[in-house]
Every structure is written in C-alpha cells, then in structure tokens.
Design a protein around this ligand. Structure first.
Ligand code: ADP
Ligand code: MG
Ligand code: ZN
Length: 719
C-alpha cells in the first residue's frame, strides 16, 4: 500500500480515493497551487485535509460558514487529527489558547474565518507560524461574479505575497469560467493545476411530478423515507408553517424553518435536524446554507424553484454521502403566476426580465419529455452521452409510444409555412384554427394548415411540440419570445415518403413507493436501526452531530458484514485508527449481541478491500439493477436480451458494465466479442480518435458502426 493510501485509511478510514482526490492530494503535497471545481458531496475537504496531516507545519483553512467550521473540526478531532478553529464564536481566552497551540506546532489544521485577516495582530500571528498549505474553501466567495460574494474574502488577496512559496488550494462547487478565472486572478495563484469534474450527481434521482394532491404525494414520499432526513422547500413562510403543522398532526416528525422565525427557534430547529432529533424540515430556500448534513435522503420542492441554478444548489444538499437520494419537484403551471406576481415588485427592468427568463427555464425543465439529467447538465454546459440516465422519472418509466407521424408532419408544415419565426403558442393557434389578431394580420388563416388539427387538444399539442425539440426535429431560438424552426433533419424526414416517428405517450405520476433499502444493499435493517441508536447516543454524549461519529455508509457496512473483532471492524469504510479506538468496542458489542439475539449471520468479508467498494454511486434502485445486469451476464445472455429484461437500451447496459468493471467486479465478457473484422476496424478508429468521446469515432467509421458497437469494443479493448 502506498504511503498516501495508508494515510487515507489510518486518518480517515477510507480504502479508496474518490475520483481526482488522489491526483489533487499529490499535487498539493508537491507544493503546487491548485484549483478544484467539483460538485457538492464529491469530497473536496479531503483534498486539503490529507495533505495537511501528511506534511509538517499547520495548514490554514479559510471557510465562510462558522457552523460548518465547527462540524469540520469536530469531525477531524474524532479522527484523531489535531484541528482547531478561530472565529467570532470564541472568546479572547479561547482564541489565545489556540494561537499558542498553533505556534507550538501542535496543530495540523487551523480553520480561520476570513474577517480575521484584516486584523494586523492576527496577520503577524499567522506569519509567525510554519504554514504547510493554505486551503480556500468555497472560493467563489471571493468573486463578485459569483452568486455568493463575500467582501471579507477580499482579505485573501494578500496571501500569495504574505506567504510566498506556500501552496494555495482553492476549492468550489459552483463556478462559471468567468468566476474561475477571477478566483485564480484574485488569489494570484501561480500557474495552478486545475481539476474540474463534471456537475453530474449520479446518486441523485431527479423526478418531477404533477402537483395534484400535493399533500398526498408528499406523505407518500415521506413514508418511503421513514425515519430518514428530508427537506421540503416551500414558497412562503406561511406555507412552511402550515405544511409542518399538518405533517406533525399526521404523526410526521417535522419542523418549519424560515427567515421570519426568531433566531433562537431557527437555530434550535436546525440543530434538531442535524442531530437526527427531527426528520423533516419544511423550509424556505434560506435553509441549508449552514449545514453539511451528509445523509439527507429526500428533497422535495413544493413549488417551482426560481432558477435552475438555485434548484441544483438546493438539491445538492441531498445525498452528500454518496448514497442514493431522491429529489422531487412538484409542478403545476399555475405556480408560475405566484412567482410572477412577485416579479412585479422588481423595479429594475433588466432584472425583472432576467427573473422571468430564469423561471421559464425551470418550467421548460419541468415540462421535459426527455432525460432531465441530460437537460440540466447541458444547461451547465456539460455533455451527457448516456441515452438513459437510469435516474430520472423520464428514463426510469419509459412511456408507451404512439405513432406521431401525421401530427408531426402537420406541426412541421405549420412551422415552415409561417416562415420558421413564431413560438409554440402561435403555431398551435394556426393548427387549431384560432383567428387571433396576430394570425389575421399575418394572413395566416389562409394557409392550408390553418385549423388542420382536431384530434389533439392544445395541451397535447404543446407536449408534442416540446418533444420534437429534444429529438432534434425542431430547434428553438431563445430570447424574449422564443421562436421555433424546423431543422434540416426534419426537412429531410418530411421528404422521405416512408419516414415514421414514434413519441412517448404522456402519462401521470408514477411514484415508486416501494423501497426496501436493506434488501437492495444487502444489510440487516434491524441491526442498522440499533447501530443508528448507538450512534445517536454517542453523539449526544459528545455534543457532536451523529454523522460525525459514523456516516450511513459505515453503518450499512457494519450491518452487512457484522464484524466480530477489532481487526474486522477496522476494515469498515470510515473506520480509521482513532475511531477504531474510540468507538470500536461499543459498536462491536451491539453487533455481537444482535447476532446472538437474532441468530443471524453476516455477509462474509470479501478478501480484497477494493472488491468491497460496492457501487455507491448510482441512483435509488441502481444497485439492484446492476446486480441484475451482472447476473444476466453470468448467464451469458446477449446484450439485447439483457436490455429487454430491464426495459433499457443496449447503451445503458453497456454503461452498467463499465460501471461494474470500474468498481472491480470480475466479469467474463469474452462471449460478447463482435466478429474480428468489426473489432479491428473499430479498435483502429479508437486508436486514431481517442476513446473519450465517441462522436469522432462514429464519424471516422463513416457512421457504419453503431455507437453501441463502438462502446462495446472500447469496453473489450480495456482488458
Ligand atoms: P464537498 O466539500 O465536496 O461537498 P465533503 O468534503 O463534505 O464534500 O465530502 C462529502 C462526503 O464524502 C463526506 O461525508 C466525506 O466523509 C465523504 N468522503 C470524502 N472522501 C471520501 C473517500 N475517499 N471515500 C469515502 N467517503 C469519502
Ligand atoms: Mg465542502
Ligand atoms: Zn434521465
């Protein structure tokens, strides 16, 4: 085992690095400036915490949120790492003690609130230290271009000159190109190594349900995540209180949270949530900034969020521990007017227009008939190749198809005849034969397509038009009045006498209420509950949140492998040397008692640690789907058969296989080998074009081989 892998296990209890962590840690240890852009929950803290314990001197960490500082330090201390923080919650004496500790070289990590840095004495103090590295968390706070600018962060600009030669690592989850450049410029980072990973949060399921009987939908969802943490975002303070009240009446453990509560109640409610004393928080968007609770399993938006950026940030609070979590948006077109009502108060014209555009983008998202993940990632400028994400309501409930050939021909003709310059509503006016002023003015009531559709309602037509955009038949020109035009693909399609098109039928809500997590992940639910209880008690005694003792990932592993000795216990993810010492015996005795009382036997420990790294990334239910794929592969079924068994595409099955291999599953895939000629041709194209993106390979092969074939060859080549 290499040194840093050893340090990872010893100090943090993890067997493997998450993607990019290792490279980042090595880069920092190498003394280089580093910029990290990774989504929430991807494990950014470790990128500076591990170098901090692995090098001499003290690491300085700047972080904007005081509450988080305490959690982070508590968590480090439980791992046996010497850490402390200095911020306004401490008194003078406490601060003096910590400063003395830091000077004496006792500390590995010191968290500091940014406003401290404007104090002269404090600067002198910092310069008296032997600093190993400087980490700037939430680095976007330094940029006025970001969404969360904090003037105190401007103090950080002096770091490079104050501490020449000390590596700086800046980390953020939200940064556009502009903000990214600004951060690097403001901090004067010296030719930094830049690590950017995608925005995709694979463990989040993205669902949108129509808002009919909202309360019933919400309780159904809460039942599904009984006893676990959930956040419900509401439109107004009043809504949050009413909903929290109703839920409490019905026996749900729920509290409200909004900016109008007095600070003491607000703090109390938040703490109750963090300490697992209350399961559900019903909040306005004000909630969530100051907490880092890793085990939120469900986030519901009771009303439309104001923007997709905001939405992604809010749902980002779900599943930070990497375990599956579900995000549900309840959507009714009527909610739009609620928001718009408030837009009228916005004085600035540009700002108001902008608010409208942002809201429209949310509505577009909610009305999608194609993969939501793909849409949102593309919104953030990222490509998403997979045809079926396996983790949104659209991909998981493929609709029945209907023959949409004729109606599509009519829609496209109307678009062409009116000159490709009108929006959806106007086209529908034409098709339905509505003589509006605008139609009459343009003399479009003379067109042959005028009034040609009688067998579809306006709403159905809207849905169909919405589907023609992502399928590439129509393109939309965004602007104040978005207009539609017919694409070249559609023009060719219209010319082809034999062309057909099928589209999914519109459907109602499908809430999959069945969720037996313990079965899916193969752990003992009864033991898990006992372990949670123990965790809560220990946390209470220590005055820290339960997740600081152990995360759900650790407890699930304990409830699966049921370790009996300290040695076995140490192999659980999240158990480092300190936690083994502190908590090992307590957990072992609960496990052993449970085994005796219930006569249960554990899953045996796999021999290789890497084989134990089960598939954590993946949406709710993903694990069982992967297992199914694996089993069918073992039965040597064809890719087509496996796809049919799941109701997925072959492309998705290939993605499953890639993922299975990535987590160390041993699969025998030789039987999937295509004929030699195909393999050689595709393989050669992969050599020429590289195998990261498949578009160029497809073109290089004159579109003769399908994407699935290319993907398969790419997969087989990697052995
Ligand atoms: P971020 O700051 O990027 O939002 P965090 O640093 O808070 O993410 O980490 C999110 C979660 O991931 C934490 O619960 C952390 O313990 C866990 N984690 C981080 N690195 C690893 C790893 N290598 N293996 C397992 N869990 C990890
Ligand atoms: Mg963080
Ligand atoms: Zn999807």
């Amino acid at each position: 085992m290499s040194n840093i892998n050893f340090a990872l296990k010893r100090h943090f209890g993890y067997d493997t690095f998450r993607p990019q962590q290792r490279e980042i840690v090595l880069n920092v240890l190498d003394g280089k400036d580093t910029f990290v852009l990774m989504p929430t929950g991807s494990g950014k803290s470790l990128c500076y915490q591990l170098p901090a314990v692995a090098s001499d001197g003290v690491a300085l960490v700047i972080s904007p949120l005081i509450a988080l500082m305490k959690d982070q330090v508590d968590s480090l201390i439980q791992n046996g790492i010497q850490a402390a923080y200095i911020n306004s919650t401490l008194n003078k004496d406490e601060i003096r003690t910590i400063m003395t500790d830091a000077k004496s070289g006792m500390l590995d990590i010191l968290y500091v609130a940014p406003e401290r840095l404007s104090i002269n004495d404090f600067q002198e103090f910092l310069q008296s230290l032997s600093i190993s590295l400087i980490a700037i968390d939430e680095a976007h706070c330094i940029s006025e271009w970001g969404h969360d600018f904090r003037p105190e962060y401007r103090n950080l600009r002096q770091f490079k000159s104050m501490f020449p030669g000390v590596p700086i690592i800046a980390l953020t989850a939200t940064a556009t190109e502009k903000v990214r450049k600004d951060i690097i410029y403001q901090l004067s980072l010296d030719d930094p190594e830049i690590f950017i990973s995608g925005f995709n949060r694979e463990n989040l399921t993205l669902n949108v349900y129509p808002k009919k009987n909202a309360y019933g939908t919400i309780t159904k969802l809460l039942d599904k995540y009984k006893g676990e943490s959930a956040i419900i975002y509401c439109f107004s303070r009043k809504n949050t209180e009413e909903l929290a009240y109703d839920l409490a009446e019905d026996g749900y453990c729920a509290l409200a949270y909004h900016a109008g509560l007095d600070p003491v109640t607000r703090k109390k409610n938040q703490e109750a949530f963090v300490a697992d004393r209350v399961d559900i928080i019903v909040a306005t968007i004000a909630f969530g900034m100051g907490i880092d609770k890793p085990d939120v399993r469900l986030v519901i938006h009771h009303t439309l969020p104001k923007s997709l950026e905001g939405y992604y940030q809010e749902i980002g609070r779900a599943g930070r521990d990497g375990l599956p979590a579900e995000c549900v948006m309840l959507y009714s077109y009527g909610d739009k007017t609620k928001h718009e009502y408030f837009f009228r108060d916005i004085k600035d014209n540009k700002e108001r227009d902008n608010a409208r555009i942002k809201l429209q983008q949310v509505i577009d998202y909610a009305s999608l008939r194609s993969c939501r993940r793909k849409h949102i990632l593309e919104y953030f400028g990222e490509n998403y190749e997979s045809e079926n994400c396996g983790g949104c309501d659209i991909c998981m409930n493929p609709s029945e198809m209907f023959d949409a050939t004729e109606i599509t021909q009519k829609i496209l003709s109307a678009c062409i005849r009116t000159g490709n310059r009108f929006g959806k509503n106007y086209l529908i006016d034409i098709l339905k034969g509505k003589k509006t002023d605008q139609v009459l003015r343009n003399k479009h009531h003379d067109l042959s397509v005028f009034g040609i559709v009688s067998d579809y309602t306006r709403d159905q037509l809207k849905d169909i038009v919405s589907m023609l955009i992502p399928t590439g038949y129509m393109s939309i020109r965004k602007g104040e009045y978005p207009t539609l035009s017919v694409t070249r693909k559609a023009a060719e399609w219209l010319n082809d006498k034999n062309a057909k098109i099928e589209l999914p039928k519109i459907k109602g809500t499908v809430i999959d209420a069945y969720r037996e997590v313990s079965e899916e992940f193969g752990f003992d639910a009864g033991l898990f509950a006992k372990l949670r209880e123990l965790r809560k008690n220990i946390a209470n005694d220590k005055g820290v949140p339960p997740f600081i003792v152990f995360g759900d990932v650790s407890l699930r592993e304990m409830a699966r492998f049921m370790p009996q000795t300290r040695q076995e216990f140490s192999r659980i993810s999240g158990v480092g040397s300190q936690k083994l010492k502190l908590f090992g015996d307590a957990f072992l005795s609960v496990i052993s008692k449970y085994r005796q009382d219930n006569g249960v036997s554990p899953m045996s420990f796999p021999s290789m640690p890497s084989a134990r790294t089960r598939i954590r990334k993946g949406s709710a239910g993903a694990d069982s789907r992967y297992q199914k794929t694996k089993e069918l592969l073992e039965q040597k079924k064809s890719l087509k058969d496996i796809a049919a068994a799941h109701g997925f595409t072959v492309g998705t099955i290939l993605s499953h296989i890639e993922r299975l291999i990535a987590v160390g599953e041993k699969l025998d895939l030789a039987y999937l080998m295509p004929n030699q000629k195909t393999f050689d041709a595709v393989s050669e194209a992969l050599d020429v074009c590289g195998d990261e993106t498949l578009g160029p390979v497809f073109k290089h092969l004159d579109e003769k081989y399908s994407y699935d074939t290319i993907k398969l060859v790419r997969l087989l080549r990697r052995f």
